[in-house]
Write a protein that binds this ligand. Structure first.
Ligand code: NAD
Ligand code: USQ
Length: 386
């Protein structure tokens, strides 16, 4: 298949590109290096060194695998860029990762919130209009987030819910109560994509993904130059990845609040498999599918305790230090989201274990001298001080 990967320089995008390429698909990646620029501005960096740009990464991949990955360096909020790349490559499937993914970044101030929503919503609109005009049969596989739903006090379904109201019933989008300006941008995207499917007959799969953890995939292991980025700072690092780095450098694990916040999590290896399953089993024309993409749920305190246990097994002294929660979020709540659709398509999850965390700790140990310790503790509060 011809597969276009938007955001192909990112944590998930680059390993996805190599995986599809390794399986013989024709892969083209697009990125404007937003993530690299945001790190440079903040004085933060990936723990694992990564090659300087996509041409260098594609060249290393070619050297190791003998396969080609096409590259476009450009911004999806530029409508001409979106049209040129989609019209030129004419993909069978577009995997769309190309957005600003950080909730804390989006909550810093007005400018970061406006930027996040503009970048994400406009980029996706440009993709939808280009698909409508140039490749209407192409399947869009779009990364959404479990955070679109928030933490309602009822079971969360996969995208849609049967609602009975005043004696009538309908099958409608599940209510969304997201927790940050970033998560809101994904809700806006979902509505726009659903609209494009209903009105123009496009086909799309919205993958409401949980929090991803992990460092390596089959392809990144082939050569150090193929590493994907791995972030642990307060803005771009996600919970488990951060806790693993903290355990290695002897920083107490930064559990926010009482640690009862429960989310869906998955291994990066399972992310790649889920994307592959979605691409190989496309939505029908006019269909807007939603899959909840995670494999198991944990509270933040449970995650910290798993890392602590794995750390002790590795001879590390790991403390847990609950911090005043910088975010505004429920710390005690019900959480029971459905997630059967990807399992039905053939996903066989790689579940979290102390052994798996132990293997992450030993990779991190190799790069511990690169850790920028002043960017571990959270600095941005989501509610202004009163
Ligand atoms: P990432 O920041 O590493 O990857 C996104 C890439 O998109 C970056 O390389 C960035 O430079 C690029 N990009 C952003 N805006 C762009 C634009 N306007 N034009 C071109 N390129 C642009 O993030 P990630 O962790 O790999 O996440 C990928 C996607 O998955 C995101 O959409 C994110 O919201 C979603 N997601 C991630 C997680 C997670 O835990 N990592 C969980 C759920 C959903
Ligand atoms: N948390 C801590 N300590 C930390 C970091 C986080 O307790 O040091 C807590 C947060 O308060 C939150 C939970 O852990 O309750 C998850 O936070 P996170 O930073 O790991 O993840 P989040 O902000 O939700 O965002 C990440 C990705 C985003 C994706 C989302 C999936 O950055 O792109 O959409 O996970 S989900 O959480 O399902 O919405």
């Amino acid at each position: 298949m011809r597969i276009l990967i938007l955001g192909g320089d990112g944590y998930l995008g680059w390993p996805t590109a190599m995986r599809f390429s390794q399986r013989g698909h024709d892969v083209h990646v697009v990125d404007n290096y937003l993530r690299r620029r945001a790190h440079a501005e903040a004085g933060t960096d990936s723990l694992m060194p990564i090659l300087p740009d996509l041409p260098a990464r594609a060249a290393a991949w070619h050297e190791v695998s003998g396969r080609e990955v096409g590259v476009t360096e450009g911004d999806l909020t530029d409508p001409q860029l979106a049209q040129d790349v989609i019209g030129g490559f004419r993909p069978d499937a577009i995997v769309h990762y190309g957005e600003m993914p950080s909730a804390p970044y989006s909550m810093k101030d007005r400018d970061h919130a406006v930027f996040t929503q503009t970048n994400n919503v406009v980029g996706t609109l440009n993709v939808l209009w280009a698909m409508r005009d140039l490749t209407p049969d192409c399947h869009l596989v779009k990364l959404g987030t479990m955070g679109e739903y928030g933490t309602p006090d009822i079971d969360i379904e996969e995208g849609f819910l049967e609602i009975v109201h005043n004696g009538r019933s309908d099958y409608l989008p599940f209510p969304k109560v997201p927790g940050s300006m970033y998560h809101l941008s994904k809700v806006h995207d979902s509505h726009n994509i659903h609209f494009a499917c209903r009105v123009w007959g496009l086909r799309a799969t919205d993958l409401n993904q949980g929090v991803v953890y992990g460092i390596q995939t089959d392809e990144t292991r082939l050569d150090d130059r193929l590493a994907t980025r791995f972030d642990y700072d307060d803005v771009f690092g996600t919970a488990l990845n951060r806790f693993c780095v903290q355990a290695v450098i002897g920083h107490p694990l930064t559990v926010y609040g009482t640690g009862g916040q429960t989310r869906g999590y998955l291994n990066i290896v399972d992310t790649l498999r889920c994307i592959e399953l979605a691409v190989l089993h496309p939505a029908d024309p006019g269909e807007f599918r939603v899959f909840n993409q995670f494999t198991e749920s944990f509270s933040v305190m449970e995650l910290a305790e798993i890392v602590q246990k794995a750390g002790v097994q590795a001879g590390l002294d790991v403390g847990i230090q609950p911090l005043d929660n910088p975010r505004v979020e429920a710390e005690v709540h019900y959480y029971n989201p459905a997630h059967t659709k990807l399992l039905d398509l053939g996903l066989r999850p790689h579940l979290l274990s102390t052994e798996l965390v132990g293997s992450m700790l030993s990779v991190i140990e190799r790069f511990r001298d690169r850790v920028i310790t002043e960017h571990i503790d959270p600095r941005d509060r989501w509610r202004p001080a009163t």
